[in-house]
Every structure is written in C-alpha cells, then in structure tokens.
Design a protein around this ligand. Structure first.
Ligand code: ZN
Length: 452
C-alpha cells in the first residue's frame, strides 16, 4: 500500500489540510485530513480529484487542425462532418488504436482520469463487418489499457442517415448495425473490457437522426442500470428536421416518448427552449457539454444560466479532441457564457468561486454520466488523483479555491504535476510514462494516413 500526503487537498466536504491517503488496489483505502505524514509517504503540496471526460471520439484526435481551412461554400458542422467521414474512411484498426492511445495520454496529462468513449466505428474500411464484431472495441480497450485511463465504453447504435429511418450514406457504412449486430457488439464490448479494473460498459443510441423510435425502444430494454448517452439538439438544422419529421423539437420528442432519468447523458443539448431546460434539469440526466468542440464546430451556446437556476447537472467532454485539456474546457465553458451575456462569473451561481463551481460540477456530473458510483477523493472511491505544481508562478501564494481559479483562468496545463489513475502513477512532472513511445507510434500512423 502506498501513502500519499498533501498539504492541501480538495475533498468532497471541501478543502482540507494535511491530507493523508492510502492507495489500496486502485482505490482509496483511507482519506484522512489533519493527519501527519508517515515514513515512506510521498509528499505533495496540492491534491485534486481526477476529472471524468464524459464524451470522446478518440480517433478524431488524428484530424485535429486539418479542418480549419475555409472551403468554397460556407463552412459549418455538416461540411466538417464530410471531412471527418473521409478521414474515418482511411483509418485501419491499427491507426485507430494508435490515435486513441495518443488522445488518452494527452487526457491524462491534462488531469482527466476517465474517459467516456462514444465509440461508433465498428466495421472495416470497406464497411464490411470484421470477423470479430468487437475488433475496434478491443482496440479502444487496448489503448485505454496502454495509457492507464479509466474507461467507460459506450458502443454506439447507429442505423440511419436522418429522421424517419432514412437509409445510411456511403460515408456512414462503418458505423451501421442492425439490432442483432448491436446486441453482439454489446457482448463483445463487455468481453473487451473484462480485464480492466473499474471499466464500465454503457450504450449510446447515436442521435434521434440515426435511430428510429422502434429501435430506440428495443435497445433501451437492454440493461436497466448502465449509462445511456445520446447526442441531441447540437445543430439548428437537426432541430428543424426533427420538427418537420415529428412536429416536435428533439428534446421535447425525447421527453414525450422515453423515461429520461439519471442514467442518461444528453450530449450538447445546445438548442433548447426554457421549458426543455426545466425538464432536462428535473429529469436528473447529465448534460454533456463539450465547450471547445461546440465552439470549433460553431454549434451555439448552451443555456447554462437557466439550467443552473433549475439545479441541473452538467459534465464536460473533449468530443472531437481538437484540443485536449481540463482547464481549456472549463475556461471555454465559462467564457462562452460571459460573451453571450456580457457578464462575469456565470457558472458559479451562488457559489463564490467560478473555478470551484466548474470543477466540482464537472466532477459530479461526469462521474454520474460514466457510471462511477463514488465521485471525488473519498474512502472506497477510485484512487484517481491529480497533484499540481505549487511552484508554478500562476499558483504563487494561492490556497483553497484560488488554486482552482488561478489554474483554470490564469495558467495552463503545465501546472499538472502527477496523475494517478486507479492508484497507478501514470504522469510525473507533467509527463506520461509512455509519452514518447505512444507519440512515436501516433506520428508513424499519421504519416501513413495523411500520405494516402
Ligand atoms: Zn460527439
């Protein structure tokens, strides 16, 4: 058993001094405040819980920066999606594994200790099923294992190109399953993560565009307790098409037809009415906000103020992985609101510190969405811990909430010192132990992909 000692740490009850934690087989055997160090303890100045990243498409890390060129027509989400499909069309299983491993290393180095992988590429480059339907789920599991990040694998059910069961496009062939295929994929996904401590398998009906009501009902019978994730109301065009199809907006349709509860994570929910915001908050579902990707894709801005006033729960995700960073996501979330409302300190609500409100909100919502029963640094919970470099100039003289505010708004990811994921120290001095090996693998795959 390893003892860690922090002069200051953020526990569920708030900041505490002289905190001693004992790591026991990936979990926190004990967490004691006002403790004294014991011989052999590893000493650190500032300790925080690792954050969950509730929404990732890891393979998209490979195309970061490649879609920032203006095309002949106005660029938007849908022109970006065409480019993304072309990139997907070339990726082999080996490419996907290497790119995912690189994304997970970067997540860990920034302070994310668990990822919700919204996994929707299932078939080979021709669109034909692999002989093992879980081939790519196994690759994702292997990348998580190689990096050490905790995994909540969310196999995606994707069957149609648009509302009303429209036939899939050519670019979507690698994503498509019927119900039987999806059930086999679920079994294969459970097998793929079976050896990994703390791994969770949920499932994800991709969106109301990609799933018919009948299919949605069938897959919701699957498991009474695991996380259910779905993209919803990300784009204005998607809202318009849903209204055309059903007479209802996407969230309205969902609430009218499905019992949405705490198992659910509704990803984006960018375009909402006041009624929908109230309903969302009351449902107990987590809203999965992906502030950097939503900005990058020009999606729009979620109504944080209304949601906050109704006591809603949010988490954050790195989604397209165009940039991976805990503080980058949290800062972007707050800044998007400040720009929209021409006001300051919006996510905080009645809490004093914006950094604290952002960080604890993302911890609570992310843990719920990824099926982690115990959030934060508490006895029995996973030993997912981040230490910060107290010597960084951005943290000079800071303590308590000022640490979070200064880290998020005044510094960068270089402030992360060590990261433990389920008790394994995978990052030290800000660097992942396999950083060089995985980066070399990633570069080699990217050279091949981009030369093709
Ligand atoms: Zn997404």
């Amino acid at each position: 058993m390893i003892g860690l000692f922090f002069e200051e740490a953020l526990l569920p009850q708030g900041w505490a001094r002289n905190v001693r934690m004992v790591l026991d087989q990936g979990r926190l055997g004990s967490v004691e405040a006002e403790a004294s160090t014991q011989s052999g303890d590893e000493r650190h100045r500032i300790g925080l819980p690792g954050l969950p990243n509730l929404h990732s498409h890891a393979f998209q890390r490979g195309m970061a920066g490649l879609t920032e060129i203006r095309g002949a027509t106005a660029d938007n989400f849908w022109t970006w999606r065409d480019l993304m499909y072309r990139f997907v069309g070339r990726m082999t299983a080996d490419d996907i594994e290497a790119v995912a491993a690189q994304a997970y290393v970067e997540m860990l180095e920034s302070g994310f200790t668990r990822v919700g992988e919204f996994h929707y590429i299932h078939h080979d480059v021709s669109g034909a099923a692999y002989s093992n339907i879980g081939e790519l789920a196994e690759r994702i599991a292997a990348s998580a294992q190689a990096s050490g990040i905790g995994l909540t694998l969310l196999p995606v059910f994707y069957a149609h190109a648009g509302f009303g069961g429209r036939a899939p496009d050519r670019g979507q062939q690698r994503f498509i399953n019927d119900i039987d295929g999806f059930l086999r994929l679920m079994d294969a996904s459970r097998r793929a993560v079976a050896g990994q401590q703390g791994a969770v398998v949920g499932f994800a009906p991709h969106s109301l565009r990609a799933v018919t009501p009948k299919e949605l009902n069938t897959i919701l019978q699957l498991d009474g307790d695991c996380p259910v994730h779905m993209h919803i109301a990300e784009q204005a065009k998607e809202v318009d098409e849903c209204v055309e199809w059903s007479g209802k907006r996407p969230l309205q349709w969902l609430f009218d037809h499905v019992a949405v509860d705490r198992r659910w994570c509704l990803v984006h929910a960018t375009h909402t009415t006041t009624d929908e915001i109230g309903h969302l908050a009351e449902s107990g579902a987590v809203v999965g906000l992906c502030p950097i990707t939503e900005a990058n894709l020009g999606d729009g801005t979620f109504n944080v103020m209304g949601f906050r006033d109704h006591g809603g729960t949010f988490g954050i995700g790195s989604d397209s992985n165009v940039l991976i960073g805990v503080t980058d996501e949290l800062r972007q979330l707050e800044y998007s609101q400040r720009l929209a409302h021409r006001a300051r300190n919006i996510v905080a609500g009645t809490t004093a510190s914006t950094g604290r409100a952002l960080f604890e909100g993302a911890l609570k919502g992310g843990s719920q969405a990824l099926g982690v029963a115990t959030a934060g640094l508490t006895e029995g919970g996973f030993a997912d811990i981040v230490s910060l470099d107290a010597g960084h100039v951005a943290l000079a003289g800071r303590s308590g909430d000022a640490i979070l505010d200064s880290w998020i708004f005044g510094a960068g990811r270089s402030v992360v010192d060590c990261v433990w994921a389920r008790g394994h120290k995978v990052v030290q001095g800000g660097r992942h132990h396999a950083r060089e090996t995985i980066a070399r693998w990633f570069r080699q795959k990217l050279q091949g992909l981009l030369a093709a």
